[in-house]
Design a protein. Structure first.
Ligand code: TPP
Ligand code: MG
Length: 375
């Protein structure tokens, strides 16, 4: 006797804008013109910023930096689908998301220059810091979404994670909780095909990452992540689903990391130029530009003006970064523990002692008081 089928599912993929800029009119989202232009402007600006940051690192003017080159649509567009009070938790490859929500590029430069004053998100936003440990934020995001639900607030919690990160136990724990409690959480997997030097095929035997959603009772969809319109539609619908109380969403946005993992990596050692070249042809920025040109709301003249303004803005952010007063070295001990453990207190006192004679020289403000106590 054949086995009974008790459950079936299908994995769908959303693609709207083709690389030549033509659209599927049935799926084309109705995005107001000013939002479309803002989206494009920010994608161009973050691309130029990314190039600049890379060069600054090579010149010794910035610390390690993770480029987002090629992932501008999955960075900028989701953030534009949120309201300020929605929770947003990017990954370390999140400069675009923060910028789209209104954070000055100065702060990204400070952060990647090793200064924790770079963690400064606009006051009205519910933006959270990303975690450098991959995946540890996923359960925290479930907590944020659960909190919104318990308080009967209309906010969703949106987070990003990499393809590699979707193989971690944190993903399983977060999604188990999110599905079971039907919380308004959106897990956007930025499948950029590489987790440092490990290709997507070696990370999971699942044919898609979107299908993982099904195992947790979450809504899952694969999206062309280099297609700004598809990302907009998929994220906006996930936000609406969350606000209606219909639970979590997993979006696998397929894109490609055109650069190295970070400036500490050399991707030419483990992948072919041919592969990278093939993905360059699917460029998300160029694709959106063609769409705007076809709609007759963009042209060469506007592009030229945008590039000039963007370059001037970025230069001024770099100047502000390089003129920023130096940090107080004691700040490294702040904000870590409510009650500091004794080794940290000892180290802090030692540093304080050795800095005393440099106080004037460093132009330091009043030294912050010692936090915590000896046991
Ligand atoms: C818990 C933890 N383990 C290992 C690392 C080192 N690490 C940094 S990024 C990375 C790969 C992440 O790949 P993916 O999730 O695909 O994200 P992507 O960098 O491609 O955006 C690893 C293993 C880390 N940061 N945290
Ligand atoms: Mg990856």
């Amino acid at each position: 006797m054949p086995l009974r089928t008790i459950e079936e599912t299908k994995i769908q993929r959303l693609e709207i804008l083709s690389p030549d800029g033509t659209v599927d009119p049935e799926l084309e989202p109705k995005i107001p013109e000013d939002v479309l232009l803002d989206m494009y402007r920010k994608m161009v600006e973050i691309r130029l910023f990314d190039e600049k940051a890379f060069k600054l690192q090579r010149q010794g003017r910035l610390g390690t930096y993770p480029q987002i080159l090629g992932q501008e649509a999955t960075q900028i567009v989701p953030a534009l689908c949120l309201k300020p009070k929605d929770w947003m938790v990017p990954t370390y490859r999140g400069q675009g998301a923060y910028y789209a929500r209104g954070m000055r590029l100065l702060y990204s430069l400070l952060y990647w220059g090793g200064d924790d004053r770079g963690v400064k998100y606009p006051d009205q936003n519910n933006d959270m810091i990303f975690s450098i440990p991959v995946g540890t934020h996923l359960t925290q995001v479930a907590g944020l979404a659960w909190g919104a639900k318990l308080r009967k607030e209309p906010w969703v919690a949106l987070t990003w994670l990499g393809d590699g990160t979707s193989s971690k136990g944190d993903f399983h724990e977060a999604l188990t909780f999110a599905g079971q409690f039907r919380i308004p959480a959106i897990y956007l997997i930025e499948n950029n095909h590489w987790a440092i030097s490990i290709p997507r095929e070696k990370q999971s035997a699942a044919t898609t990452l979107a299908q993982k959603a099904w195992g947790y009772g979450a809504f899952g969809l694969q999206v062309d992540g280099n297609d700004a319109l598809a990302v907009y539609r998929a994220v906006s619908e996930a936000v609406e689903r969350g606000r209606r109380g219909e639970g979590p969403t997993v979006l696998e946005c397929e894109t490609y990391r055109l650069g190295h993992h970070t400036t500490a990596d050399d991707a030419t050692r483990y992948r072919s130029e041919g592969e990278v070249e093939a993905w360059r042809k699917k460029d998300p920025v160029l694709r959106l530009r063609k769409y705007l040109e076809n709609k007759k709301i963009w042209d060469n003249e506007r592009e030229k003006t945008l590039l000039q303004r963007a370059e001037a803005m970025i230069d001024s952010e770099v100047a502000a970064y390089e003129q920023f007063p130096p940090p107080n070295p004691l700040d490294m001990f702040a904000n870590n523990f409510a009650v500091a453990p004794w080794p940290l207190i000892e180290q802090r006192l030692e540093l304080e002692e050795s800095l005393k004679h440099k106080k004037g020289e460093l132009g330091m403000l009043e030294l912050p008081p010692v936090e915590g106590r000896f046991p």
